[in-house]
Design a protein. Structure first.
Length: 268
């Protein structure tokens, strides 16, 4: 398995036994690939919704499902977007309109069962087969292989800095909440062009991105909540009124952005 941002890659390989997988294992493999409906624990069904697949990927039909006994290299990619989720050894218990993926889309897309008796349930995610993980670990800001120089080159472009930070080619896994928080921590206006900032300012912004993302991850792992300072706030920590606007490139995706005009002055 590999994780890159909001993408999880699972490799399905041949069983080590010279006889290959059992008949039961073959059924589970085909159900995992096709999303074939079958009774699952808790009264749920195993379902894969093909309409949410990315159009540029060639999808396998039911008769073309990769067989784990045929060889290595069958990777299944899960993309979780804003609301996707995984539950381990239990099904959804959501019963109200929060933003959890298992409420937005309460029918599992896939259930994977293991020999140990445990199982994983995937909600509200897109899935497709690929020959190998497509993501470049050098763009993952929490990876030991993160390419800091390439990220700084991207930040130096003559584009609004808030657009560049969401470019997953250079900042894999850096999302809208992180974008808002680190711009506030670095005291950078979201529409400031990166080419107008000193290299030391860009270095500081990148340090804020790595530190905040790491702190957020460790807080999640320990069941704690890292409270944002600017995201969805009406006032910044210093009591100034916060601005909110939907920002993004004219030909791209636009996201709500919060900033403090006093703490983050615009650079002309």
């Amino acid at each position: 398995s590999q994780v890159h941002g909001k993408n999880l890659y699972l490799a399905f390989v041949a069983a080590e036994s010279p006889l290959g997988p059992t008949a039961e294992e073959r059924v589970l493999q085909r159900e995992a690939a096709c999303g074939a409906s079958s009774p699952a624990q808790g009264g749920q069904e195993q379902v894969c919704s093909p309409q949410d697949e990315e159009p540029q990927e060639v999808q396998h039909s039911r008769s073309e499902v990769p067989d784990a006994a045929e060889g290595l290299g069958n990777w299944l990619r899960f993309h979780f977007g804003l609301f996707g989720s995984i539950r381990a050894n239990e099904f959804s218990r959501a019963n109200k309109a929060d933003k959890r993926g298992d409420w937005k889309d309460p029918v599992p897309r896939l259930v994977l069962h293991f020999e140990s008796g445990g199982f994983l349930v995937f909600y509200n995610c897109r899935m497709h087969w690929c020959s190998s993980p497509r993501a470049d670990s050098s763009s993952d800001i929490l990876s030991v292989e993160f390419h800091r120089g390439r990220a700084l080159d991207a930040l130096r472009a003559p584009n609004p800095i808030c657009y560049t930070l969401l470019d997953q080619r250079y900042f894999s896994g850096l999302g809208n909440i992180i974008k808002n928080e680190i711009l506030y921590l670095a005291k950078v206006h979201p529409l400031t062009h990166g080419s107008l900032l000193a290299l030391s300012d860009l270095e500081h912004l990148l340090d804020c991105a790595i530190r905040f993302s790491s702190d957020w991850l460790h807080s999640k792992l320990h069941g704690k909540q890292l409270r944002p300072q600017i995201y969805q706030k009406e006032q910044c920590p210093l009591g100034h009124a916060v601005m909110k606007e939907t920002l993004g490139p004219s030909d791209g995706f636009k996201r709500l952005t919060w900033w403090c005009p006093q703490c983050q002055p615009v650079v002309l």
